[in-house]
Design a protein around this ligand. Sequence first.
Ligand code: FAD
Length: 475
Amino acid sequence: QPALVWLRRDLRLDDQAALYHTLKQHSRVYVTFIFDRDILDQLPRQDRRVEFIRESLVELDHRLREHGGALIVRHGWPRETIPALAKALGVSDVYCNRDYEPNAVLRDRDVAQTLSIDQIGFHSYKDQTIFEQDEVLTQMGKPFTVFTPYKNAWYKKAGLSDTDFFVRPYPVTRYLQHLAPTALATGVPTLADLGFETTDLQKIGIMPGITGGRERIEDFFTRIQNYKVARDFPAIKGVSYLSVHLRFGTISIRELAARAWREGGEGALGWLNELIWRDFYFAILHHFPHAIGHAFKPAFDAIAWDDNPDWHQAWCEGRTGYPLVDAAQRQLAQTGWMHNRLRMVSASFYTKDLGLDWRQGEAWFAKLLLDFDLSANNGGWQWSSSTGCDAQPWFRIFNPVTQSERFDPKGKFIRRYVPELAHVPDKYIHAPWTMPAETQANCGVLIGRDYPAPIVDHGEARQRTLARFKAATSE
Ligand code: FAD
């Protein structure tokens, strides 16, 4: 009997769990992607992610057609569209890869229930993580809430040794002849069909799809050995820039983890460590969905955050007067991506210098990040604001100036994104408000006119934050 594969965040053909299992078991396989109106209707009409997905689907449709299949693309509500499509195609089963976000879990449950009314099966597989759900637990059978022991257990479970790696790619190509054409596959809708406008995705150099992901992998693996030393410096090309591809599954996490392991060495294993953080936050999301919109540690829900829309706006627009924070925020707005070091600095600044509620900062990142992932974004924000599991202790507060001196010593990154400061001498680039009036005049930037004076004093803000956390923890 024919079957249907429902793609979501797994937009590739190679090493794809659900696709492999379906093709292996069924001799007529259809493939679909639904532009989910529950998600799309809430987005601004220009959204780089929608364009990234659309472009990736065009490539996927093309590749499926080369193998005798085609992609059925719909714009609607999966709760209705998937069962309707399954019936129209006369399939016995629908297959997909698991999604761990609470809304997606509910959606899948509803879809499975509706399908069952017509005796259509619903099956899901692990694809976007190495380990998921209950696969890595403490000896007591409980979920880990601290990363290092989780990582140790992860490695143990993986059974890694110098000669062996448990992650094998799914050999999808063996069964591609089971892909089936259908008249229901009428091409990928345009952005305008979906009610969206074109973005600057191409202009900012984001290559979507399987081809874009492959290019980034190959580029990164030529420099992976530098990762450990280069990863913290935003002016250097030190990280992989693979997050958007991991987000939409245009590349396989198994391939990346296996390749990093085989490569070995400080750089590659340091990078593998980050992929394990990714698994860790997916597991946290699965086990502790209460931490969406709430502090992971409930005591910290009592924190009395400030409410200051002007400061929030200044931070969003990169006008806080702290050059590294402003450069970071402008990088996010201009490119849809922000360097990890800067995500930490900027989120810390938001919560501990401005004293604003991490949930609002998290929402801003969620709106702009191309790689937005509920698990990692929530995890990162709760780490930075000290409300999360295994978070930065609340009394350890990043100083935005010393972070800038350490990680952008010559201000190269700052100058790229804050051109007003392009000619400021290195000595003042991290704290331009300390520049004498004469130097300001000489380098063509008057602080307070051409670039803002700091909107908060770090020393005072630090004291307010310590008091805020003390009050919440002693209650
Ligand atoms: P690399 O350094 O090359 O890392 C490789 C991959 O490992 C990344 O693509 C990502 O999938 C994973 N990874 C790396 N660091 C982390 C981490 N701390 N937690 C989970 N996974 C990680 N990452 C997202 O993918 N989506 C988000 O929405 C997101 N929001 C964040 C918010 C804050 C406040 C912080 C501090 C971090 C956030 N991160 C998020 C984690 C990290 O900053 C990005 O994954 C990374 O910057 C992406 O760039 P890269 O692919 O070049 O990373």
